[in-house]
Design a protein around this ligand. Structure first.
Ligand code: ARG
Length: 609
């Protein structure tokens, strides 16, 4: 009896179709959907229209036959045939109440995935010596939300931060810092960023080659490699190449300086992760440097399996369905961004045993990942250490745009720094919360400055995260803080506020019997109940499609359905005590689903706003 009504209807109608049409129709999809018009029923079965022709009947006659074979009196109150052959289904009120009681548990009806998989999520990927920019912000927010939803359904998720902390770019920054005589001990991230930029332009000898890289959208990291490869940037490149060799050989001064650069970059990154409430720390760092002694092994495997060839002194991998090969070793013996990604895939699939590897990296690196995934398959890394096939997924995302609809920039013309955006959002959120607390009727009126600031931070960060997760990920969106922190509209604070209101009702009610009978007689109670019962399937759909906007949209519907319920079904002022307690139970369940959903999106839920 604990099964969800939608799942039970599927079973019952599938059996009825088989009963009506015979064994050969066993397993037919009964096409059960939520009713399009809630006043006409709770669910509908749309199967008759598709099957009628095949069996030489009218859809209406077939619908009637299906109903005759239906055996679900304990679940279904009534059915009626409508329009071209829909079957409208009304659930029994007691069955609906039982189903709600069944999900009123710590798991909220969300069933664990079977089997549970090991899944690696590649997120963040900050580059050492550079400011974390909005692209890394999106990668981190989206990656963390995907990790949370996959964990929610019971997978073993490993968040890996593929830091850009090795290779020629780092050596060039070191070279720049040496040339400028910068004291490494007192460096700020801005000094480093500046050095990175200048190293970059010094290496940009061949404008034409660089422009074609830009035009091909190869992504910032690969672009840097291209820049560094330009013939006319020889001097810088030679010096940096020598530094890299010395660093690779373990030169102690260089190693110390390299660590200093990393520390400066990472402390800014940890600050941002902490502000954003991202479940990630140093234990998640697996940067490019981690793979530096594993690159030779990668090359050996490609050679052993005849999956690469020499091309003018370099080593490349070919693909059947495209002309352009992928470079995995340069003619000077140096390795590339792609080689490191192959080494990472080898670790993830052969050591960690992942059966899914998800890369949350901006859309410009699409071709790079296509190459890397296909090359990995050529040497068998599309099977993990237990022989399961591995699914590689690149989850590209769009750009964050400024008010001018161009990729977001700060006044100085560089990409907006992450911290500046976060602090600005927190300031706006705090302002909004403080304003509201001035009202003596507000539940935040008695709170002190510090408490208001904490709520303000939750609102500001919640606003940014929701804006990032509530649309199709591949879409660009405009970073408009005024809209994002508003308590009205399609925003994070709207949902946080909906939950805070429920919490304040529950506070006013005091304790109540959590095992009291549920009554869902009123239309709005039924609608709310049906909405809450969808939570399990929404979580699983999100985990399957990797589309967090499904949860965002669902939570919005929950909040709206709750508001309609609250307007027509008084809770604290209910007609009888039994109804009051039943409605409190529904409100409590609604609040917990909102909190669970917001938690999956990584959004905090203050209980007063
Ligand atoms: N550091 C890279 C960049 O900023 C992102 C790393 C993405 N992950 C990966 N496995 N390549 O472009």
């Amino acid at each position: 009896m604990t099964q969800n009504p939608a799942a039970r209807l599927e079973k019952a109608f599938s059996a009825a179709i088989e009963g009506a049409l015979g064994k050969s129709f066993a397993g037919t999809d009964p096409v059960i959907r939520a009713a399009t018009k809630p006043t006409l029923g709770d669910f509908q079965c749309n199967a008759a229209m598709g099957l009628a022709k095949r069996v030489g009947q009218t859809p209406q006659a077939l619908a009637e036959l299906i109903i005759e074979h239906l055996n679900a009196d304990d679940l279904i109150e009534s059915t009626e045939i409508a329009g071209p052959g829909f079957i409208n289904i009304h659930l029994r009120t007691d069955a609906l109440a039982d189903a709600l009681i069944a999900i009123d548990s710590p798991a909220l009806g969300v069933s664990p995935s079977d089997p549970s998989e090991v899944i690696v999520i590649d997120l963040c990927g900050v580059n050492v010596a550079k400011q974390m920019h909005v692209g890394h912000l999106r990668s981190t927010i989206i990656g963390d939300a995907l990790a949370r939803v996959l964990e929610r359904v019971g997978h073993d998720v490993r968040r890996e931060n593929h830091l850009g902390d090795w290779g020629l770019p780092i050596a060039m920054v070191l070279d720049r810092l040496h040339a400028d005589g910068t004291a490494l001990s007192s460096m700020s991230l801005s000094d480093l960023d500046e050095a990175y930029r200048r190293a970059q332009s010094a290496a940009r000898g061949d404008e034409a080659g660089w422009k074609s890289g830009v035009a091909k959208h190869v992504g910032p990291h690969r672009l840097f490699e291209l820049e560094a490869q330009n013939a006319s940037a020889n001097d810088v490149r030679t010096r940096a190449g020598e530094l890299l060799v010395a660093l690779q050989d373990g030169d102690s001064t260089l190693t110390e300086q390299w660590h200093q650069i990393i520390d400066v970059t990472l402390s800014a990154m940890y600050e941002a992760l902490e502000l954003m409430n991202i479940k990630m720390g140093s234990e998640n760092n697996r940067g490019e440097s981690f793979y530096r002694d594993k690159l030779v092994g990668v090359l050996e495997i490609f050679e052993q399996r005849n999956a690469c060839r020499e091309d003018d002194g370099a080593i490349v991998v070919d693909f059947d369905n495209r002309e352009r090969p992928m470079l995995i070793r340069k003619s000077d013996g140096g390795y590339l961004y792609a080689t490191t990604d192959l080494a990472a895939i080898r670790c993830r699939t052969q050591d960690t045993g992942a059966s899914r590897c998800i890369y949350v990296v901006d859309a410009r690196q699409r071709d790079h990942f296509r190459d890397v995934f296909d090359a990995a398959a050529q040497v068998g890394w599309d099977k993990n250490s237990s022989g399961q096939s591995v699914e590689f997924v690149h989850t590209p995302f769009g750009s964050v745009l400024g008010a001018d609809k161009k990729p977001l920039k700060t006044r100085s013309g560089s990409n907006a720094t992450l911290a500046s955006l976060l602090y600005e959002a927190i300031a706006r959120g705090t302002h909004e919360v403080q304003q509201r607390s001035n009202d003596p009727k507000s539940p935040t009126h008695e709170l002190n400055e510090q408490e208001l600031r904490e709520i303000g931070q939750a609102v500001g960060i919640g606003a940014i995260k929701y804006a990032d997760l509530s649309n199709d990920l591949s879409r660009d969106y405009v970073f408009d803080l005024d809209r994002m922190v508003s308590f009205e509209g399609d925003t994070g604070p709207y949902l946080q506020y909906a939950n805070a209101r429920i919490q304040s009702i529950l506070r006013k009610a005091g304790s109540f019997d959590n095992a009291a009978p549920l009554c869902v007689d009123a239309f709005e109670e039924r609608q709310l109940g049906l909405m809450l019962l969808r939570w399990n399937s929404v979580v699983h759909e999100t985990a399957r499609t990797l589309e967090p906007h499904r949860i965002a949209g669902y939570l919005r519907s929950v909040a709206e359905t709750f508001n309609r319920f609250y307007q027509s079904c008084p809770i604290l002022g209910a007609e009888t005590d039994a109804i009051r307690v039943s409605r409190l139970r529904l409100a409590h369940l609604t609040g917990r689903i909102l909190e669970d959903g917001l938690d999956i999106l990584g959004i905090a839920t203050p209980d007063r706003m």
